[in-house]
Design a protein around this ligand. Sequence first.
Ligand SMILES: C[S@@+](CC[C@H](N)C(=O)[O-])C[C@H]1O[C@@H](n2cnc3c(N)ncnc32)[C@H](O)[C@@H]1O
Length: 275
Amino acid sequence: MPQTPDRLTFKLIERLVIAQSELMHLSYRATSAWGNLAGGVLAATLPEDELTALTLRLYARHHSTQTVGSGLREWESEWYDRDLPPAPSRVLVCAAGGGREVRRLLQRGYVVDAFEPSDVAFRELRQLSGEDCRVSDRSYREWVAAVEAGDSPRYDAVIFGWGSLSHVMTAASRAALWRAADSVCDGPILASFYLHEPHRVGRAQRLGQRIGGLLARARGRPARDHHVNFVYAVGFSEPLTVEEVESCARSIDRRASWYLRRTWPHVTLVRRSAQ
Ligand SMILES: C[S@@+](CC[C@H](N)C(=O)[O-])C[C@H]1O[C@@H](n2cnc3c(N)ncnc32)[C@H](O)[C@@H]1O
């Protein structure tokens, strides 16, 4: 069959589109391998406070209400409906970002306290402060210190906001968070986080961890041997395991209700004595 100009033009476009898609695929793989390698090195080399500081800087750099959105996700809405005590109870929202969850809870009639340490997001959150809403720029670590010093009101529920528990980089610090929440709240503790998926640790990350291990020893620090995620816009996170959360729940005498079928894993811990 003779090649018409129309057919030839299409062939040319087809080649260009395929070449471009290959190029995009390669650049995506290179960016992702670089992120995994750098993340592996940094996560193994840096101590918890430095990883947190970098994470908060990256959140500040990339925070945007447009990407986070302004409403509750469907899974959050259902979760809150099911597990929060009715309004107007007093709820603490930890790692509240620009106030996405806080805004909706206020609209539902709750009294809300919230904290968020990343400065750009905190400026947005501060705009919600008022009679029914008190905000602070504390980090998780500073909040635990305040609770342990007896400097906290009591709450009817505590929420560890969307994905945030995973940014707390050691199991010991996360255990301290559950204890702090339990000590200021007889009601439910709701927590959202990333869950550990072993198959996701790739070659680049393993290499990064090995290099990081050497650097950590050179700095005279123990190397972290856990799985760590690094994403350019949201920094470092350590995915949790079901076993870790169950063990923390038992240590504060609470029962865990799991929600694992939806996109974002989350859990509610309820006092055994409340059942
Ligand atoms: C995925 S964002 C969610 C923000 C908000 N809860 C929302 O859903 O819109 C996670 C938040 O955790 C905060 N964060 C990260 N590390 C933290 C830490 N160590 N203490 C308190 N907040 C932290 C970040 O600044 C960020 O705002």
